[in-house]
Design a protein around this ligand. Structure first.
Ligand code: 6R9
Length: 682
């Protein structure tokens, strides 16, 4: 049973005067109150220029104004990107949960903080700021009583729900870091993240429920912790009524929470203490635990939430991302709560029980800003406009998109059908590493143009740079290059947990003095940015990052497999899908169909279902360079049937390998195979 303290009251707060004023060129102070101290800065573009050229003054004013400090900071920043040293607001002390809860409880205790859109349609539950604070304090006290200390890292393996949010905030309250692991990850993937984070405490639920299907989360944790010697205790909350087997290590969470006080002394944290780890895929097999710290992260999440989405007091913010991803952290939890907002926690899928789910929810919860992923938009547009038009969407003011490039067709449909051509669509580019949105069409001067499918404008404090193949900055417009960020900003990740060297190699060393994003971008004649995709071996399936090396590692564990090469190819709904080329060991005599099933089983067991190959082609050998590197670039062209641009094959050890694969491909008609769409990955 979910613990709820007190009664739920839904109180919508009146629009602030700011909403009425909007952004006027002449009224910069009404748009951003801090700007009165910026001396002569006017308009959005003036603010952007100031935020980049006088970055210290900008961030100091914003940090003083928007965060509650226990002790003020003494230095705004101490950063050197070339050395991978990133520090903001040092000397300052604060508590993130106080910033997200207590200060709003003082001013508006009965304002709704969370609207939990449960998987079961029409059974939403609201939590006020007072209730969320009480729940957080109980969890904080519970964790403390069970020995969780400042500096520990708690792994959270839960569906998107209020108790997961309270658990995150409780960690922040007592000074522990959290490590939320997406509840779709397998036991092995979970175990790897628990071990790397050295967690001794895990929080989970008996079962999850998504799209009407039961997910045995506690069982997954049981399997995972068998290979995690650090784990001493597992808190188990009850999402469904089904009892689960409890071991000596397990603690019934709600039962124990009831014994705790609703007041919990917040820890005074240094600005640069760790707030959380979040694992994400890179171009090697091992996921990276990116480290985000307290003040800078929270400030950046709050500021972007306020200005990119034009969020105002009283609005209902509907981010449908799972809390297991950075989007769920920054725009499901921290950004909206730091701003005293009302945030929706979406537990279901876009098509459950039918493809009208999102818009039914928009009407029921009166959502003002809707933030979703292109993969879901592409899926829904195939079901037709009726599913959208059935519901009243007049509450909507801004539509957001995140996770991958949004194609023009999906953008147009989102704008025209969902938003009735009234709501700006903000295509927001950012990453787990950046902590918050870095490039988006808004904020901008009022009525400034928005170009479909373009992220367009850098946010305050963000200075993008495009690099050519020689590592030089490209100065002109109408040019493409490797996207870097030329100066530090408070929201950026500080390091990779236990592996600063990898942080340096991945982000700081490719272009010394710059942060390298791993993405390519085009800068238009007008100076707008368009993200063109990853430059490394990371693919993006339904907006979820996955390294080709991670999938290859899993596939190669099958005893019949000698080696494999995994690539991403275009897929009309998922954005990218997974194609695996597999070389079998000699004398293996298994039906290909059986082997394909086996390999899919291994990938879903080692990683997650969404990482399973959509197609597997068994080949005699892989195209390699003379130094033994697999030429994935060539395989990608073959799969995309772009045989005219295979490029330079002269470095190949044996070009006949490519011909063999092409011949093998032409024997099969991949287009006839139904494209599998796995809802769990949606
Ligand atoms: C927030 C998030 C980051 C990678 C990023 C890029 C891709 C995200 C995008 C986008 C084009 C957008 N990406 N947003 N590509 N347009 N609006 O998704 O974080 O899971 O770390 O993924 O996703 O390739 O580098 P994360």
């Amino acid at each position: 049973m979910w613990l709820r303290c007190g009664c739920a009251a839904s109180l919508r707060v009146l629009a602030s005067p700011l909403r009425v004023l909007g952004l006027r060129r002449c009224n910069t102070a009404a748009f951003m109150p801090e700007s009165t101290g910026f001396g002569g800065v006017s308009g959005r573009s003036g603010l952007q220029e100031f935020s980049v050229s006088s970055s210290e003054s900008f961030w100091a004013a914003v940090a003083r104004h928007r965060l509650s400090w226990i002790r003020p900071f003494t230095a705004v920043q101490d950063c050197d990107l070339s050395r991978g040293r990133i520090r903001w607001f040092e000397g300052g002390k604060l508590n993130v949960s106080v910033n997200c809860l207590d200060r709003h409880v003082h001013t508006c205790p009965d304002r709704v903080a969370l609207m939990w859109e449960r998987d079961e349609k029409g059974s939403e539950v609201r939590y006020t700021y007072r209730e969320l604070l009480e729940m957080t304090c109980r969890v904080g006290n519970l964790l403390r009583r069970h020995g969780v200390k400042k500096g520990d890292c708690v792994t959270i393996y839960m569906p998107t729900c209020p108790l997961a949010v309270a658990s995150m905030l409780a960690c922040a309250r007592i000074g522990a870091a959290h490590n939320v692991v997406f509840a779709g990850f397998s036991a092995e993937a979970l175990a790897e993240r628990i071990r790397d984070a050295q967690s001794s405490t895990v929080i989970t639920v008996n079962q999850g429920i998504r799209g009407g299907k039961i997910l045995e989360l506690k069982k997954t944790v049981d399997t995972a912790v068998q290979s995690c010697p650090t784990v001493q205790q597992v808190f188990v909350a009850m999402r469904t009524d089904s009892p689960v087997a409890m071991t000596a290590r397990d603690i019934a969470m709600e039962e124990e929470m009831l014994k705790e006080d609703v007041v919990c002394e917040p820890a005074a944290m240094n600005s640069e203490d760790t707030l959380f780890l979040l694992y994400t895929s890179g171009s090697t097999g091992k996921p990276k635990g990116l480290v985000h710290t307290q003040a800078g992260y929270l400030l950046y999440a709050a500021l972007t939430h306020r200005y990119v989405f034009n969020y105002h007091d009283g609005d209902v913010f509907g981010c449908v991302a799972d809390i297991g991803w950075i989007t769920g952290h920054s725009y499901g939890v921290y950004g909206p709560l730091a701003n005293g907002g009302t945030t929706v926690l979406f537990e279901s899928t876009p098509v459950y029980p039918d493809p009208g789910r999102y818009w039914d929810m928009v009407e029921r919860l009166q959502i003002n800003q809707f933030y979703g992923a292109p993969t879901a938009i592409r899926l829904l547009l195939k079901f037709g406009d009726e599913w959208v038009n059935k519901y009243d969407r007049s509450s909507l003011k801004t539509l957001g998109s995140v996770g991958e490039p949004i194609n023009t067709e999906a953008w147009e449909w989102y704008y025209r059908v969902v938003g009735e051509e009234r709501c700006p669509v903000v295509d927001t580019w950012w990453q787990t590493e950046t902590g918050g949105i870095c490039i988006a069409p808004r904020p901008s001067d009022p009525d400034a143009e928005i170009v479909p499918g373009m992220a367009m404008r850098p946010f305050f404090g963000i200075k993008p740079a495009l690099m050519d193949t020689e590592g030089k900055v490209i100065s002109g417009n109408d040019a493409s290059g490797a996207l870097c960020l030329a100066q530090p900003w408070p929201g950026m990740a500080r390091t990779i947990h236990n592996d600063h060297q990898r942080f340096m190699e991945t982000y700081c060393q490719p272009y010394p003095g710059y942060f390298f994003t791993g993405d390519g971008a085009y800068r238009s004649v007008e100076g707008y940015y368009q993200i063109t995709g990853r430059l490394d071996d990371v693919i993006n399936v339904s907006g979820h990052r996955i390294g080709t090396a991670e999938i290859e590692d899993a596939v190669n564990q099958c005893p019949a497999v000698a080696e494999s090469a995994v690539i991403g190819y275009s897929h009309d709904i998922k954005g990218q899908a997974v194609f695996a080329f597999v070389v079998l060991k000699k004398n293996v005599d298994v039906e290909e169909a059986d082997l394909s099933r086996q390999l899919n089983g291994i990938v879903s067991e080692k990683i997650a279902k969404y990482a399973c190959p959509d197609f597997i082609q068994f080949v005699q050998r892989l195209p390699k360079t003379r130094s033994g590197k697999i030429m994935r670039r060539v395989l990608r062209k073959v799969v995309e049937l772009d045989l005219d641009s295979l490029g330079d094959l002269s470095t190949l050890d044996d070009p006949a390998a490519v011909q063999e694969i092409i011949q093998e491909q032409s024997k099969r008609s991949y287009t006839n195979q139904a494209q599998r769409y796995d809802l769990f990955a949606a």
